[in-house]
Design a protein around this ligand. Sequence first.
Ligand SMILES: C[S@@+](CC[C@H](N)C(=O)[O-])C[C@H]1O[C@@H](n2cnc3c(N)ncnc32)[C@H](O)[C@@H]1O
Length: 181
Amino acid sequence: MLALPPLDRDDHLIDVGAGTGKLACLIAGGYPCLGRVTLIEPNRTKLERAESRLRDILPDAKITALCAALGEGDELPQREASLVTVGSVLMPMLELRTGPHAEGLDWLRAALRELALMLRPGGRLFDVETLAPPWASGGPDDPVRRLHMLEMMSELERCGLAALECVYRFRDRVILRVSAV
Ligand SMILES: C[S@@+](CC[C@H](N)C(=O)[O-])C[C@H]1O[C@@H](n2cnc3c(N)ncnc32)[C@H](O)[C@@H]1O
């Protein structure tokens, strides 16, 4: 919250992998004039819960709930968001995939390209991650695993996200801020 830009009527927050809305509700509570929020979440039950909680906090905002997933070819918003948040989605979903690391990276790259496309000019993406533990290792043919900080930074840049800053770090827990190139 401390690192976020101020949000007002003209802003549009897209919370991806919104779950039951914990992050979106936290941000909405801090910025009650926020004009527009889109929640993206593949689990319909969680999505409905998130939408209903958010409507209580932001009764005047335009709220859209989209049942969709990153990296699966779903139709997603493009060039709309002044702020995109992704809270504990990319590394857990990467790790939950089966198969080789190379295939996991293909999914991650597709997801990151979709996230980059959601940003309007000047918009920012905040990605909350628990990165790989120091002992995690393995190449493209080894089982899929979480990424280390330098690996994650290089994936973000490769997928069109730049001006990377780490705005919070405690051990393997980080919040990365990036903008579209
Ligand atoms: C650990 S929860 C985090 C929820 C919320 N962002 C938070 O911080 O409380 C991860 C969420 O990502 C969702 N998810 C799973 N696969 C996804 C995908 N491919 N794209 C977007 N969200 C996904 C899950 O359904 C789940 O709600």
